[in-house]
Design a protein around this ligand. Structure first.
Ligand code: ATP
Length: 237
């Protein structure tokens, strides 16, 4: 059984049909990307999976449970974590307080402290700024913090909405190295990106979304070599 299975999902905003009956799966341990142009329906899909938007129809099964109609806090408790576009960190709280929020539903305090120490070793920038207000961090540091906070919730599925958005190229590389480190730890990842080349480079499989539909899917390498994908998303090679 797939960790996540989405069947015929439709999501409307009043009369706008943003997601038009898409089906896809994510297996445990995979990194899968959902790629496509602005407005294709990617963010709407992730928000619906998180319970932040209601599905109009269709079925979502995560870890053996039907999510349809479940409120966002219950879905989060099933260990499905979303790092939203714009990171969603608490800007007036310190870096450490933000990290602690990621672990609010855990009772294993000693393990949490060990994991925060590991995060500080992996991401020394966060260690240096642990007492600083999170809103004062750079965009890349805020993305690091959002990833670290999500990790502390020990997700079974980590959904990332455009982690490279608005970052300088060098910081994009850093963030993607961190995402690969997370994947190597065995965390399953569903990644949304407009930077198609980057997303395919770290994914095993991908789905291409256009105007609310999935139009193409397959192994990341196959998609990267597909002439239609190259023409639409990868530019001249
Ligand atoms: P982006 O990368 O820009 O977020 P996307 O692929 O994630 O693009 P969505 O944000 O899911 O696309 O948008 C899908 C469609 O739904 C678009 O046509 C968009 O205009 C529309 N849409 C998104 N949010 C709303 C909303 N709150 N109300 C009405 N329409 C919306």
């Amino acid at each position: 059984m797939s960790l996540l299975s989405v069947q015929n999902l439709c999501v409307n905003y009043d009369s706008i049909r943003a997601v038009k009956g898409i089906s896809f799966t994510v297996e445990a341990g995979e990194t899968v990307c959902l790629i496509g142009a602005n407005g294709a329906g990617k963010t709407t899909t992730l928000k619906t999976l998180s319970g932040l938007l209601p599905a109009t129809s269709g079925e979502i099964v995560f870890d053996g449970r039907k999510l349809h109609g479940m409120p966002a806090y219950q879905i989060a408790a099933l260990k499905l974590a979303l790092v939203p576009e714009g990171r969603g960190i608490f800007t007036r709280m310190s870096v450490l307080e933000n990290l602690m929020m990621g672990a609010y539903n855990r009772s294993d305090r000693a393990a949490v402290q060990r994991e925060i120490d590991d995060i500080y070793t992996l991401l020394p920038r966060l260690a240096e700024r642990r007492q600083q207000q999170a809103g004062l961090l750079s965009g890349g540091e805020q993305q690091m913090l959002a990833l670290a906070r999500a990790m502390l919730s020990k997700p079974k599925l980590l959904m990332l909405d455009e982690p490279s958005m608005g970052l300088a190229p060098i910081m994009v590389q850093t963030i993607y190295r961190i995402i690969q480190t997370i994947a190597q730890q065995g965390i399953t990842i569903l990644l949304i990106e407009q930077n198609v080349r980057l997303a395919l480079s770290i994914s095993q499989r991908g789905y291409v979304m256009e105007h609310g539909d999935i139009t193409l899917s397959g192994a990341a390498q196959t998609l990267a070599n597909d002439p239609a994908v190259q023409a639409a998303y990868l530019g001249e090679l």
